[in-house]
Design a protein around this ligand. Structure first.
Ligand SMILES: *[C@@H]1O[C@H](CO)[C@@H](O)[C@H](O)[C@H]1NC(C)=O
Ligand SMILES: *[C@@H]1O[C@H](CO)[C@@H](O)[C@H](O)[C@H]1NC(C)=O
Ligand SMILES: *[C@@H]1O[C@H](CO)[C@@H](O)[C@H](O)[C@H]1NC(C)=O
Length: 442
């Protein structure tokens, strides 16, 4: 604002100056005209009237006058160009002022819409507003961030889920968090992912015991006292193990029995839909598959098997009516609590392998699935492996939808198997795809 005032003052001064110069110019022009008239009279058709009586002294003074007129003319000329120059610079000044003004207006418009956002956030509680920011950076503008303030991210859909989000953000600051795993995960599944951070302490289980050491931890069922059971129908690991014999469908029904079917997974290659881990690793030079991701990895058995082969796998999992993240961690593996909707938090071309079994399937809307597959392609390094394990769909969808989609992503197929699943009974009208794909080197 100070600058603007200065600029205004300056342009006023400029105007005054231009005005006074104009006035001067008028006087000068008058002088010039008078002089020209004089010259005309003395040299023009009337000069003969004076020639006869003109003395040398007179002609001398005429010359002097002419000389001074010439000087005055030159002065006027430079004055004119000076004025021209000033006019030009005042033009530039006006232009600059106009640009400044438009910028100012745009800024105001932006801050108005930001205010409106603020208002809509205010509909949420204060803790939510506080969590999201914007937070002013203590050292001002940061070239790295490109701003002098920072916002913390939440999923785009969070703001649509006012009631649930407000409930999630209602707690005693510094106190104990509500026992709301189910609410939190439901928010995530509806697209409020990531969730906002909170300032409360999650409840710790009473009688927590330190984890079993590796490598025994890989195949040990953790003690029940290692977690809180409030969020789940089952209240013990034994209950989860026994689920495999119960009617009804549960997410990863027999995954918790680490001594059961889990023990033999990926050990043998049946030459059909079930590939063996060793056969898959043998597709690349020994030791070059080192790090990877298992999408929706249940209780982490794939990562456990890989760990035994010196491959580090991060297992993404949701706690869908079961402590999946907890058991993965208890086994000494790395769980990651994200849904299939979220962009994988890995940089481009960094992972050696991505595996997914029984998760990527026809329950995912086509468009979304294509984005997921492109994201898998993105995080894999050139030559990295994508093991699509038991992708299920209807026969009519195979050649119409999924084969063309996989071709669009651009993987090379190293293995490709289509069939009906044999274990757990043949599902009528369901086809499975198992495929080992490779991201091209170029
Ligand atoms: C005209 O003016 C110039 C410089 O102002 C001077 O050198 C010159 O002698 C003058 N000529 C006459 C005729 O006065
Ligand atoms: C005004 O100034 C600009 C840059 O200073 C120059 O390019 C332009 O030719 C000038 N215009 C006039 C009419 O003098
Ligand atoms: C899909 O196409 C392949 C090759 O064209 C064919 O062999 C197969 O029978 C088709 N499968 C279905 C389920 O349509």
């Amino acid at each position: 604002m100070g600058n603007e005032a200065q600029d205004q003052q300056y342009s006023k001064k400029l105007q005054a100056y231009a005005h006074s110069q104009k006035h001067n110019l008028k006087l000068i022009m008058l002088v010039i005209l008078t002089n020209l008239a004089t010259i005309y009279i003395f040299t023009g058709p009337f000069s003969f009237l004076y020639h006869s009586s003109a003395s040398p002294r007179d002609s001398n003074s005429i010359l002097q006058e002419l000389n001074s007129t010439k000087a005055q003319l030159a002065a006027t000329h430079s004055l004119l160009s000076e004025l021209h120059h000033r006019l030009n610079s005042s033009n530039l000044l006006v232009q600059a002022l106009l640009i400044d003004l438009t910028r100012q207006q745009e800024k105001e418009k932006q801050s108005n819409s930001a205010d409106q956002n603020q208002v809509s956030l205010k509909l949420g509680n204060d803790e939510l507003t506080f969590a999201l920011g914007p937070h002013k950076l203590p050292f001002g503008y940061s070239p790295m961030i490109g701003s002098d303030e920072i916002h913390t991210p939440v999923g785009a859909s969070c703001m649509r889920l006012h009631d649930e989000l407000n409930r999630y953000m209602t707690y005693k600051i510094g106190g104990e968090c509500p026992m709301d795993y189910v609410l939190a995960q439901r928010l995530m599944l509806k697209g409020c992912e990531p969730l906002p951070r909170r300032r409360c302490h999650p409840k710790s289980p009473a009688n927590y015991v330190e984890p079993t050491p590796l490598p025994e931890s890989l195949w040990s069922t953790p003690p029940d006292t290692s977690i809180l059971w409030e969020a789940y129908a089952c209240k013990s690991y034994q209950c989860l193990v026994d689920r495999k014999n119960k009617p009804g469908s549960y997410n990863c029904k027999n995954c918790f029995d680490l001594q059961g079917e889990e023990r033999s997974r990926w050990i043998f290659d049946d030459g059909g839909l079930g590939f063996g881990i060793d056969q898959v690793l043998a597709a690349k030079a020994a030791g070059t598959i080192r790090i990877g991701l298992d999408i929706g990895g249940g209780t982490g058995t794939f990562a456990a098997r890989m760990r035994e082969r010196n491959v580090i796998i991060i297992t993404s999992a949701l706690n869908l009516d079961g402590p999946f993240n907890n058991i993965i961690a208890s086994r000494g593996l790395v769980p990651m609590h994200i849904s299939i909707s979220q962009r994988f938090p890995f940089f481009d071309s960094t992972l050696d392998i991505v595996h997914s079994m029984d998760v990527l399937s026809n329950w995912i809307p086509d468009t979304m699935l294509e984005f997921v597959l492109f994201d898998i392609y993105r995080v894999l390094r050139p030559g990295g492996l994508f093991w699509l394990d038991h992708f299920f769909c209807f026969p009519s969808q195979l050649n119409k939808t999924y084969v063309p989609m996989l071709d669009r992503i651009g993987f090379n197929r190293l293995r490709w198997q289509v069939g009906t699943k044999v274990d757990g009974g043949v599902h009528k009208n369901v086809l499975y795809i198992s495929s080992l794909m490779e991201k091209p080197m170029t």
